[in-house]
Design a protein. Structure first.
Length: 571
């Protein structure tokens, strides 16, 4: 423009070169170049998410990835809808109403409550009387065999022996092996016996725990620590069947391990090995299989998982918590079985509950490892605490030595012959119940067995009726069975008490199915339509699972569950 002086282009370029050279002299390596740092950070961020996207596409496929994205978006949008002021208030009222009904059942209003310590201690007679009243409170009659799982033995002679063993070691604590050497000896022997039962190789090791959940948590922790120490994995992932026990998901949340769930499709309901293989990447720390799983009683193809684990050099954990002292005896008892234990070279750890079909008191389980090195990864050791050097084998510090003593007494009392006999009785009863459901004119047209259960658990779904209405009908007759979802079903875990009354269970199931068929006929005559989808379901189980299965966002169910847990501690 007129009147404006302009710097010649050549001079401007010279000055820019001088500035660049000055920066280079002051920062020859470019360490303080913010643009370079930003570019590096952006590149690493892009590389990380590109790698994850590739893993996702490889593991789930294009359609599977799109389906997951759709489900996630739908869940988030529905969650926002539930948080809208008007909707939130209405949902909260319904949750409170539901919890009020639960509270009326769980916390009887006419019971005397003791919320503070008594001024003077009660006499032994008074305590015994109150204990008897508490034991006699109205409950599902497990003593009569009306409960699926929960109580696996329950005979008076064994209960008496366990109580005696417990009484001798009431104050014992394994954290002090010098003070209670007998408990240390019994615990080591229990682990050794279970290792032998699962054909552990020389050098194998194990730890006793408080239950199957802790055993699974420890196996996951060991795999995570192994991957971190040996491979430097800082973003661990594990791959498990969607039927695997939810304790694996708990481990994922507690220990920050990403969980990949793999479908177990019909008709066999075993984990899809090809999908497992596709999901493996450099962050994978653990593969998982069940023998059998809790929902359907199906044993995964552990042989195929073992081959995959060996090929990919990954640990494989087999959850035998439910199978416990049954699966090792299937072959000897003459039943169909499949490989599942340490005889498969790829199996590196196994969880086994001694308090299920091992008949020990509740609070006993084991986690077994192929090597001592694998076990050491679950240890916690603090050499610099002011209280002294601290070391514990698992989550707990102090532990009840009395439970270990009662477990040891149970194993020694029942023995190999006793466990073989119980396997014959329990699995034999399961086979009879399976055959009855498949052949009964009243049941076979309506109920369908899921997969091929080999052990003590069988699951079935309904073809035209609402399975949760059937569950509520069985509850009305005094039975405590397990309702399942995805797909909607019921399972029965056969125990020694159930083995004595399975024919009554079958007869009641036939009666309930006939009752539901009659209700269905009435609905159709009245023009209300079928109740299979749960619209007409009136019972508690049908209402809960009917609603839960239809919601894309489970926050309402989470709120109900949290309220239920709160009620557990309402005095």
């Amino acid at each position: 423009m007129p009147g404006t002086s302009r710097m010649p282009i050549s001079l401007r370029g010279t000055l820019n070169n001088v500035r660049r050279r000055s920066r280079a002299i002051n920062n020859p390596l470019g360490l303080l170049d913010l643009d370079l740092i930003r570019n590096i950070i952006f590149f690493l961020f892009l590389l990380r998410w590109t790698r994850r996207a590739i893993w996702k596409l490889k593991g789930r496929g294009l359609l599977g990835t799109l389906a997951e994205v759709y489900a996630d978006v739908r869940r988030v949008l529905y969650g926002w809808f539930l948080r809208m002021p008007g909707v939130r208030a209405k949902v909260r009222r319904q949750i409170d109403e539901a919890l009020s009904k639960v509270q009326a059942k769980m916390v009887p209003s006419n019971a005397t409550r003791y919320l503070t310590l008594p001024k003077e201690g009660w006499t032994e007679e008074a305590v015994r009387k109150e204990l008897k009243d508490l034991a006699d409170m109205d409950h599902t009659r497990w003593e009569d065999g009306y409960v699926s799982g929960a109580v696996y033995h329950g005979e008076d002679d064994l209960l008496k022996l366990q109580t005696e063993a417990y009484g001798k070691f009431t104050v014992a604590n394994p954290i002090h092996p010098d003070v209670f050497p007998g408990v240390r000896k019994m615990e080591a022997e229990v682990v050794a016996m279970v290792l032998n039962l699962f054909n552990a190789p020389p050098g194998a090791a194990g730890v006793s725990t408080s239950g199957g959940t802790e055993s699974i948590l420890m196996a996951c922790l060991s795999a995570r620590q192994k991957a971190y120490v040996e491979r430097g994995v800082t973003e661990p992932e594990m791959i498990l069947p969607d039927t695997a026990h939810t304790a694996f998901r708990k481990a994922g949340e507690y220990f920050k391990i990403k969980v990949h769930l793999v479908a177990c499709p019909a008709p066999d309901y075993q984990v899809d090995i090809r999908r497992v293989a596709r999901l493996i990447n450099s962050n994978t720390i653990l593969l998982v299989g069940s023998a059998p799983n809790f929902p359907h009683g199906i044993m995964d193809d552990i042989s195929a998982l073992s081959k995959l684990a060996l090929k990919k050099r990954l640990p494989l954990h087999v959850d035998c918590c439910l199978g416990s002292f049954l699966v090792p005896f299937l072959e000897k008892a003459g039943f169909e079985t499949a490989p599942f234990d340490f005889r498969l070279k790829g199996v590196t750890s196994i969880s086994c509950d001694t308090h299920k079909y091992g008949f020990a008191p509740k609070g006993n389980s084991t986690v077994l490892y192929r090597t001592q090195a694998l076990r050491s990864y679950q240890y916690f050791i603090d050499p610099s605490w002011s209280g002294g050097v601290y070391a514990s084998p698992g989550l707990a510090g102090s532990r009840p030595g009395a439970l270990i003593a009662a477990c040891w007494a149970s194993l020694m009392s029942v023995g190999e012959v006793g466990y073989l006999s119980s396997c014959t009785q329990i699995v034999g009863t399961t086979k009879k119940l399976l055959a009855h459901i498949r052949t009964s004119p009243a049941l076979s047209p309506e109920l369908e067995i899921l997969g091929n259960p080999l052990v003590s658990v069988l699951a079935f779904r309904a073809k035209t009726l609402n399975i949760y209405d059937i569950a509520d009908g069985m509850s009305a007759k005094g039975w405590h069975l397990n309702a399942l979802q995805y797909p909607p079903a019921i399972h029965v875990a056969v125990t020694l008490p159930i083995a004595k009354v399975w024919e009554r269970l079958a007869a009641d199931l036939e009666a309930v199915v006939e009752e539901e068929k009659e209700k269905e006929r009435v609905r159709l005559v009245e023009g209300k339509g079928a109740a299979k989808g749960g619209a007409e379901a009136a019972g508690d189980t049908a209402a809960l699972y009917g609603v839960a299965g239809s919601l894309p966002n489970k926050s309402v169910v989470v709120d109900l569950a949290m309220g239920f847990l709160d009620l557990m501690y309402k005095a």
